[in-house]
Design a protein around this ligand. Structure first.
Ligand SMILES: NC(=O)c1ccc[n+]([C@@H]2O[C@H](COP(=O)([O-])OP(=O)(O)OC[C@H]3O[C@@H](n4cnc5c(N)ncnc54)[C@H](OP(=O)(O)O)[C@@H]3O)[C@@H](O)[C@H]2O)c1
Length: 435
């Protein structure tokens, strides 16, 4: 192979992910030289507090609290942004791209909320913007979509994209226990943030889905427009009845094409207990992609954590470094000509449903419920009701599964069912995905 080429790397952030990146660059430097002809030199690293002890040893003078100086350093060819947050991270990335530097970021929130100007700036400057680490941590799903699967039209994508919610649902299912108990356990073990709202309510998964749609469908989807439900209403009863019906409950992020239209949604769903996604446990992530040529493929691995995320950052870094040192510069790392997605309205989305009602234990209840469903042309597939009530108010769970129906019809039916005098609590509706 030809001679080794030296490239300067600047990094903003030396916390969990940045520390892992610095470690990999030190430990794998011989491999990068020998296998890729690259000498990747970590020249400058900006942090908030340069006096803080660090787990990784860097030469004197590398660490600074002056992020703009790192970006402007002529010896820095590629900038890694692992500081997090929207501002000033967004301004730092824009400045670097406009200065002709490739940028690698692990910042999903930044790309989901402020991605368009960054992608345009990368395109205009003819540089790359790598963001493999921002979705599914160590799983090379972005690379698979933008490189390995380019021969395919992507037909659908089903992801378990959030480790916190997958941990909670797995533990509720395998150990028993309520949502609140398992959230507490996830927080103790470091799988959930002190404020887990964006994980629990599906926002995090929607942001990641929007980024996947950019590569899978060349579509620009704003995360705020993705219909989403969180997992906070899932109770032990739902986990148990789902199991009895042959399903597990998972928080799924789904995108499917319908001709030129794109259906996107994030919500808990019953999935057949034998399918691959049902068996993705704890904090792990997985994405099932169906391509027109290749058929279904599943990508599985750790969705977060120091070294898996750093692995993805360094993979982008090496990819961009190879492009930068190649005589023929390839296109920027990601498609920039994305079209605004033409969304399928939520009320038109068709799925099967699980419905858990809490009803008074008396004759004729099922007939009343069935009549309302029939008025909306929704047919019942299965019914479960166990024993007689032993509660004071005489209420029992009544479980129905329903054949495929548009969501709008289901919402109207449930609104009427909730008004029946025999129904004592609002119905719990969960979609079923027959993967
Ligand atoms: N942790 C994960 O498992 C994971 C997984 C996937 C993606 N990510 C993403 O990776 C990014 C980094 O996450 P992290 O967990 O590594 O965060 P972290 O541990 O909190 O580290 C943040 C780093 O940024 C530095 N920093 C913050 N504000 C700064 C500023 N204004 N100027 C210069 N430096 C600044 C901090 O400096 P000090 O050290 O001096 O405080 C720290 O070194 C985030 O976007 C996150 O969403 C993380």
């Amino acid at each position: 192979m030809g001679g080794v080429q030296s490239l300067g790397v600047g990094m903003i952030g030396l916390g969990v992910v940045g520390g892992g990146v610095a470690r990999i660059l030190q430990e794998r430097s011989t491999y990068f030289r020998q296998a890729h002809g690259l000498d990747l030199v970590l020249r400058r690293v900006a942090v908030r507090n340069p006096g803080k002890p660090r787990a990784v040893d860097l030469p004197a003078g590398v660490i600074t609290d002056d992020a703009p100086a790192v970006i402007q350093d002529p010896g820095v060819d590629i900038l890694i942004e692992v500081m997090g947050g929207l501002d000033p991270a967004s301004g730092f990335c824009l400045e670097a791209l406009r200065a002709g530097k490739d940028v690698v970021t692990a910042n999903k929130a930044l790309l989901a909320e402020k991605g368009q100007p960054l992608f345009h700036a990368a395109s205009e400057a003819g540089v790359g913007l790598g963001f493999e680490a921002s979705v599914c941590g160590g799983i090379p799903i972005m690379r698979a979509l933008s490189r390995g699967l380019v021969a395919n039209e992507i037909e659908s994508l089903y992801g378990i994209l959030n480790g916190t919610t997958n941990y909670i649902l797995t533990r509720m299912s395998d150990d028993g226990g309520s949502f609140e108990e398992m959230l507490g356990q996830a927080q103790e073990r470091g799988y959930a943030e002190a404020d887990p709202t964006m994980d629990i309510d599906g926002t995090d998964a929607a942001q990641k889905l929007a980024l996947l749609c950019r590569l899978a469908f060349c579509s620009h989807v704003s995360p705020a427009t993705i219909p989403r439900d969180g997992i906070e209403a899932i109770g032990p009863l739902d986990i148990d009845f789902a199991r009895e019906l042959g399903y597990a409950i998972k928080l799924l992020a789904i995108a499917k094409t319908h001709g030129r239209r794109l259906e996107t949604r994030v919500h808990p769903a019953l999935v057949p207990s034998g399918c691959l996604l049902a068996n993705i446990k704890d904090e792990f992530n997985a994405v099932e992609v169906v391509g027109s040529a290749v058929g279904p493929q599943v990508f599985y691995g750790r969705g977060a954590g120091q070294m898996p995320t750093a692995s993805a950052v360094v993979s982008d870094l090496v990819d961009l470094a190879r492009q930068r040192t190649s005589s023929v510069r390839q296109d920027a790392f990601v498609p920039t000509e994305t079209a605004e997605a033409d969304p399928v309205p939520p009320e038109e989305v068709v799925t099967s449903f699980y419905c858990r009602l809490t009803v008074r234990d008396r004759p004729g209840v099922l007939a009343q419920v069935a009549q309302i469903y029939a008025q909306e042309h929704i047919s019942i597939a299965k019914v479960i009701q166990h024993g007689r009530s032993d509660t004071e108010d005489g209420a029992v769970p009544l479980i129905l599964t329903l054949h495929e129906a548009p969501e709008g019809s289901m919402r109207r039916a449930v609104s009427s069912i909730n008004k029946l005098p025999v129904v004592t609590e609002p119905a719990q509706i969960i979609r079923i995905e027959e993967l």
